[in-house]
Design a protein around this ligand. Structure first.
Ligand SMILES: [Zn+2]
Ligand SMILES: [Zn+2]
Length: 240
């Protein structure tokens, strides 16, 4: 199965990633992708850009060398109310909002109950489209509750290809999430989370989990640009 879009990538602006905007878009083109979302980390991540950076993404061209470029962010979930680390008016200007837990970004929850409540609240936040790496063992959640909330909110849960390199234990958690997503018909996003150009469009390990769970193309929001467009249109976004 070939996916047309990578919806989770970082540039040097994130502070701990290694390639430029231009290199990431060129890599998408070279990998045969039709769409890339540039989703640098939200301001609470040490070394990440401030809100003005995200505001200024308005200057980005929609199409660069035939690749559709989406203005995005990987925002930080900062509390159990689903709040993120960027003002709502700037989130509203972006094409796609990813949200997830990251250490050192202000989130103080420590239990499965806290994490589950916070993630469900983020899913219920109308500005959020995808939850990143819900299988991160550093922030354990009640998988079934989160999967059902994603279904009810029409949001997507991510199977993150980079997690398996930096958080090996996340494999078993992601397998469980994928199984539950299949069972309940929940949308998933399969993303590289590239922090360097040659990782763009690398979905190999994540697709192994997708195939094993029997998830079909129609359930993967980034399988085609048309799917991405329909998904974001449902959430009030115009990406053209
Ligand atoms: Zn992340
Ligand atoms: Zn990321």
């Amino acid at each position: 199965m070939k996916l047309e879009a990578d919806l989770h990538t970082h540039t040097i602006a994130s502070g701990h990633a290694y390639s430029t905007f231009k290199e990431m878009v060129e890599a998408a083109d070279q990998k045969g992708l039709k769409m890339i979302a540039i989703t640098d980390h939200g301001p609470n991540m040490p070394g990440a850009p401030d809100s003005e950076f995200f505001f200024n993404t308005l200057i980005w061209s929609r199409m660069i060398n035939g690749v559709h470029v989406l203005r995005g962010i990987e925002a930080n979930i900062i509390d159990t109310k689903g709040q993120l680390d960027l003002p709502d008016e700037i989130l509203d200007q972006l094409d796609i909002v990813l949200a997830g837990f990251h250490t050192g970004t202000g989130y103080r929850g420590s239990t499965v109950e806290d994490n589950t409540k916070a993630m469900i609240a983020a899913l219920e936040n109308p500005r959020v489209h995808i939850i990143t790496h819900p299988g991160n063992p550093r922030f354990p959640i009640d998988f079934e509750k989160v999967v059902l909330a994603a279904r009810d909110c029409g949001k997507a849960l991510e199977i993150n290809n980079s997690s398996f390199f930096i958080r090996p234990k996340s494999i078993e958690f992601c397998v469980r999430i994928a199984e539950l997503a299949k069972e309940h018909g929940v949308m998933v996003a399969v993303n590289s989370d590239a922090h360097i150009y040659y990782q763009v469009g690398d979905f190999s390990l994540a697709m192994g989990i997708i195939d094993r769970a029997g998830i079909e193309k129609s359930q993967i929001i980034n399988s085609s640009t048309e799917h991405v467009r329909n998904f974001l249109t449902q959430h009030g976004k115009n990406i053209d």
